[in-house]
Design a binder for this molecule. Structure first.
Ligand code: AMP
Ligand code: MG
Length: 326
């Protein structure tokens, strides 16, 4: 997943803690092998290099995840869409970056989404309809991996655990245990803490277009793409999403970043169980806005190094993210 993982575990003794930590790492590594799109072999390579028009049948664990990703694409109006691979190529985000000509961008957009690469959970198949279309698992892989690692740790009855995958953390606490304290960084200055979360049996994912990405002719091309326009989502700050389900947190942080603070906050208002915090940069000042649910996790006390924070003033009427919820 191109990231570093930090694992903290407390079980009833040292041996149990160490073996639980190893098991959690093994779970994440297994999902890395299942979901990677950086290798020429493996189950995702089989999907992404399949002959156009011919349905492939991924192993069931992978198929369930791809079906879940597709269902999130539908629920987010395709702001989140695993079928963005052709756009990753058009902007050469895995290389040094490039700005595609308008004609290329139009062509790439035709290779994005379900008409180009179709995930069919009922049939248990994925079909590429055009060359150049492929599924990028980068928007939900960390969340999926953290969810499976959480299952591994809970099965071993650990009392406390914190898994940090860089950009997304998972906090596990047994009844009676204090929550974990997790810092939310300034979207442009990662070493500055601007907010604090208290997490117990929840995962927090942050998305932003500032840190990763490439610079082409002095223009920063972010790694989060808007599948609806084919362009990188503009830089505006970051969004942090808290959910009991790490995959949901991962998907929604990407989707809400693409939507931007106005549309995103309007849609986040009606998520009763999902915390959303937008940090919107205005020069040196940061505007912070959150939905009501985020109040459960956000610690209102100021961090060590305070930055000017303003409350958001959004007048956008709320339109709920289609209610799912299992
Ligand atoms: P995240 O850091 O979780 O927001 O995910 C960003 C990664 O997901 C990118 O590096 C791409 O691999 C992939 N990605 C980019 N844009 C999208 C999108 N709109 N929907 C789904 N995945 C995306
Ligand atoms: Mg994500």
């Amino acid at each position: 997943m191109g990231t570093l993982m930090t694992v903290s575990v407390r079980a009833h003794d040292r041996t149990a803690s160490e073996s639980a930590a190893e098991a959690a790492i093994a779970s994440v590594e297994r999902y890395d092998r299942l979901l990677t799109t950086w290798s020429a072999s493996g189950p995702m390579a089989a999907v992404n290099s399949s002959r156009p028009g011919r349905a492939v049948r991924p192993e069931s664990e992978l198929m369930v995840l791809l079906g879940e990703a597709e269902s999130w694409a539908e629920r987010t109006g395709r702001a989140f869409d695993p079928g963005v691979g052709a756009l990753v190529d058009a902007w050469n985000l895995r290389g040094t970056g490039r700005i595609p000509a308008p004609r290329e961008l139009t062509a790439a957009l035709h290779r994005v989404g379900p008409a180009a690469i179709d995930i069919d959970p009922q049939a248990g198949t994925v079909t590429r309809h055009v060359d150049g279309a492929w599924l990028d698992t980068g928007g939900f892989g960390k969340g999926a991996a953290l969810r499976t690692a959480a299952g591994t740790l809970r099965a071993r009855c650990v009392r406390r655990a914190l898994l940090d995958l860089g950009g997304q953390v998972l906090a596990i606490t047994a009844p009676g245990e204090a929550p974990w304290t997790v810092a939310v960084a300034h979207p442009a200055r990662r070493d500055t803490q601007v907010a604090t979360l208290h997490l117990a049996n929840a995962s927090a994912a942050t998305s932003g277009n500032g840190e990763r990405g490439v610079v082409v002719h002095g223009v920063r091309v972010g790694h989060i793409l808007d599948p609806r326009t084919g362009r990188p989502a503009p830089w505006w700050g970051s969004v942090t999403v808290v959910s009991a389900d790490p995959l949901e947190a991962d998907v929604l942080s990407t989707a809400l970043y693409v939507m931007g603070p106005d549309e995103g906050l309007a849609r986040a208002r009606d998520l009763p169980d999902v915390g959303v915090l937008f940090l919107v940069a205005h020069g040196d000042a940061l505007e912070a806005c959150r939905n009501e649910a985020m109040g459960r996790w956000l610690v209102e006390a100021s961090p060590d190094e305070p930055v000017p924070l303003r409350a958001c003033s959004s007048s956008t009427p709320s339109s709920p993210l289609e209610r799912r919820y299992r």
